[in-house]
Design a protein around this ligand. Structure first.
Ligand code: HEC
Ligand code: HEC
Ligand code: HEC
Ligand code: HEC
Ligand code: HEC
Ligand code: HEC
Ligand code: HEC
Ligand code: HEC
Ligand code: HEC
Length: 423
């Protein structure tokens, strides 16, 4: 444990070094809005190009932290006179070129002692990572069609990454990257298809993100990184998927495919599932037929093809056992029987089937067969309960019929008796 007092002293020391050399444009202490003649004048200008940055200042994280226009553009933010304010001798830069953007942003964002005063938890490696990305490498060569910091964050009205209105918020990333990556003409120039966005938008991941609002589903930057945006290399692809799909990764890693795929230079998950258009798979994928995944590498009579046929048969068998029993149980329920215990068994069977489907990734018969065995056992229990319920229904119906006949006979006898008495 570091004593509080030492921490406080350390913070003071850091703050003091920062304050000793105030950055231009960072007028006022962090968090306090500063004097800003740039803002006041630009707000009143007619041309949208000139006034919009000032209007966007209302929500700008920099502005809220006391950083003025001059923090990025230089100049004197206290001068009323435009020439004095926008004086190049005071470092004023009006139009900031795309190639100058990373250096500008990183002048603060890569300076840990400066950033510490405002937001100690925010990393300071964005520019370093960006420099290694395809975007950064191309920009360094003077290509201004790639993304720079402002392509993804904007220059004005910059919002914290966790603000739902930010262009880098998970639900908005697709549109942000898509501005360039869905532009097929632009992408063709780099030998990239430009289908990535459209493909991703058909995926189960995109559906989860947009329809179920499930922020744990991946969007572009979860797989590619935010600042180091480079496609994961062949060997890291299964790592990307496996960071979320742990069970499938573990099973795959223990399977004969782990080494086999590496030796034929196939990525892991992507080989069967694709990368962008990832769909919900099902039992019909397994096999060596047309449109079935194993058929890309196996034929019906090699060991892989034979196992594939067995896996498919077992899953189909387990699936239809559940379906048939479910129907039988539902019929008994409709007849008024309490079927709770059978429903528990059916749920157990369903869970075992989920585990069996996971086991496809082991590319072996035994573990899957064990799970489908459990499916069949639980379904059989439910089936026996349904059978008992059907017997009970039959018994009650017979009982009912017998008592109806008895009542009817008694009524007839009574009628005859009253008639004879009347006579
Ligand atoms: C009194 C009004 C006034 C003040 C104060 C002022 N500006 Fe301007 N600014 C203008 C006008 C008018 C223009 C457009 C004409 C021009 O480029 O000179 C402009 C242009 C700009 C441009 C665009 C330059 C370009 O080449 O496209 C930037 C950036 C800018 N100002 C930033 C600032 C900053 C930063 C400050 C404060 C340090 C500031 N301005 C202070 C009026 C002002
Ligand atoms: C976080 C850094 C940053 C801050 C703070 C900032 N700007 Fe800018 N500004 C830029 C960058 C970078 C550009 C270049 C365009 C781009 O990359 O989007 C720019 C461009 C401009 C332009 C030219 C727009 C055009 O389309 O030609 C104007 C005008 C301008 N800024 C005014 C301001 C004013 C006024 C303020 C204060 C309210 C301000 N800026 C604050 C980074 C900043
Ligand atoms: C003068 C220093 C300075 C410059 C230059 C600067 N920033 Fe910032 N930036 C800050 C500070 C300080 C914060 C506040 C940190 C906080 O409170 O979250 C911040 C916050 C941010 C945030 C929000 C982080 C979060 O998620 O909370 C983003 C995004 C950002 N800046 C992007 C940029 C971009 C892009 C540029 C270049 C166009 C830039 N910054 C230039 C100082 C600067
Ligand atoms: C290709 C798009 C893209 C580019 C280019 C980009 N960023 Fe980001 N940035 C993101 C995304 C997405 C996030 C949010 C997810 C995260 O924090 O990784 C983010 C987060 C941030 C944050 C907040 C970090 C945090 O952990 O809270 C800062 C600060 C930031 N970026 C600064 C920069 C700077 C500076 C540059 C230029 C050197 C830059 N970004 C370039 C997409 C981008
Ligand atoms: C301003 C346009 C623009 C934006 C916005 C943009 N990119 Fe890019 N991106 C490009 C261009 C152009 C290239 C091609 C660079 C090259 O190959 O030299 C590229 C390359 C890439 C690559 C490398 C592809 C390859 O194999 O060559 C990946 C991955 C990538 N971008 C991901 C992203 C992600 C993720 C986002 C959003 C967080 C994003 N990009 C936002 C323009 C953009
Ligand atoms: C689930 C993970 C995942 C998601 C989400 C994802 N990607 Fe990819 N992306 C990959 C993988 C894996 C590759 C292939 C790498 C390889 O084959 O070398 C790839 C390749 C790419 C490439 C290079 C294509 C080429 O032909 O060279 C680009 C560009 C790209 N993705 C952009 C995007 C964009 C934009 C988004 C968001 C709309 C996105 N990706 C979402 C995993 C993902
Ligand atoms: C950031 C975490 C994350 C990453 C990375 C990720 N996924 Fe997913 N994946 C999810 C989530 C969450 C769902 C659940 C969507 C739903 O059904 O609601 C999902 C669903 C799926 C499904 C459909 C499952 C079903 O039963 O419908 C498949 C298949 C899949 N992912 C494969 C992949 C592949 C292949 C990759 C790598 C290219 C990958 N995932 C990367 C989180 C992730
Ligand atoms: C050899 C082809 C193949 C490879 C490689 C593969 N999968 Fe699958 N995966 C399938 C098949 C087939 C199914 C469908 C099983 C079913 O529903 O019967 C599936 C199902 C899934 C599901 C849905 C849930 C489940 O387990 O049934 C997820 C999630 C998934 N895979 C993720 C991954 C991940 C992550 C990797 C990489 C570690 C991967 N897969 C590698 C063929 C493959
Ligand atoms: C990308 C190619 C590829 C795909 C797709 C693929 N496999 Fe394989 N598989 C191989 C290779 C390579 C080997 C190792 C060499 C061999 O035994 O054929 C292998 C081995 C196997 C083995 C072990 C065979 C033995 O000799 O013991 C089984 C079982 C297997 N695969 C089942 C499957 C099933 C089931 C699927 C579909 C869900 C599938 N494979 C999809 C390439 C593939």
């Amino acid at each position: 444990m570091i004593p509080r007092a030492v921490l406080a002293l350390a913070c003071l020391a850091v703050a003091a070094t920062g304050l000793a050399a105030p950055r231009p444009g960072t007028v006022g202490p962090p968090g306090k809005a500063a004097v800003d003649t740039c803002l006041d004048c630009h707000r009143s200008l007619d041309e949208t190009r000139l006034s919009q940055p000032a209007e966007q200042a209302a929500t700008d994280i920099h502005r809220l932290q006391g950083i003025t226009c001059a923090g990025c553009h230089g100049g004197d933010p206290r001068a009323e006179d435009p020439e004095a304010a926008m004086n190049p001798a005071l470092g004023f830069v009006g139009a900031i070129a795309p190639t100058a953007v990373p250096a500008l942003c990183s002048s603060c964002h890569s300076d840990p002692s400066f950033m510490l005063r405002y937001a100690p938890n925010i990393p300071t490696d964005q520019a370093a990572q960006y420099a290694t990305s395809r975007h950064g490498l191309a920009l360094a060569k003077g290509d201004t069609r790639v993304a720079t910091c402002t392509s993804c964050h904007g220059a004005h009205g910059v919002l914290p990454a966790d603000d739902a209105r930010s262009p880098v918020y998970p639900s908005r990333i697709v549109a942000t990257c898509g501005r360039c990556h869905a532009d097929a003409a632009l992408m063709r120039a780099y030998g990239i298809s430009g289908n990535e966005v459209a493909d991703y938008q058909q995926s189960v991941h995109y559906a989860a993100l947009t329809q179920k609002n499930d922020l744990s589903a991946p969007t572009c930057n979860d797989c590619h990184g935010s600042h180091g945006a480079t496609p994961p290399g062949v060997s890291s692809v299964s790592n990307v998927c496996g960071t979320c799909h742990l069970t499938q990764r573990e099973l795959f890693d223990l399977s004969p495919h782990k080494e086999a795929f590496a030796s034929i230079e196939q990525p892991a998950c992507e080989t069967c599932h694709g990368n962008h258009a990832v769909h919900t798979p099902d039992d019909t994928w397994i096999g060596v037929g047309k449109d079935q995944v194993c058929g890309n590498c196996h034929v019906a009579d090699d060991p892989g093809g034979q196992v594939a046929a067995q896996l498919a048969a077992r899953l189909t068998g387990a699936n239809s056992a559940i379906a048939a029993t479910r129907e039988r149980v539902a019929r008994a329920e409709r007849a008024g029987m309490l079927m709770d215990e059978a429903l528990v068994q059916l749920e157990e069977a369903h869970q075992a089937l989920v585990l069996a489907r996971n086991q496809v990734h082991a590319a072996a018969l035994a573990p899957l067969a064990r799970e489908t065995g459990s499916v069949l056992a639980a379904a059989a229990k439910a089936d026996r309960l349904a059978q008992a319920a059907e017997d009970e229904i039959r018994f009650r119906r017979t009982g009912l019929a017998v008592s109806l006949v008895v009542i009817l006979l008694a009524a007839v006898a009574l009628l005859l008796k009253t008639r004879s008495l009347e006579r």
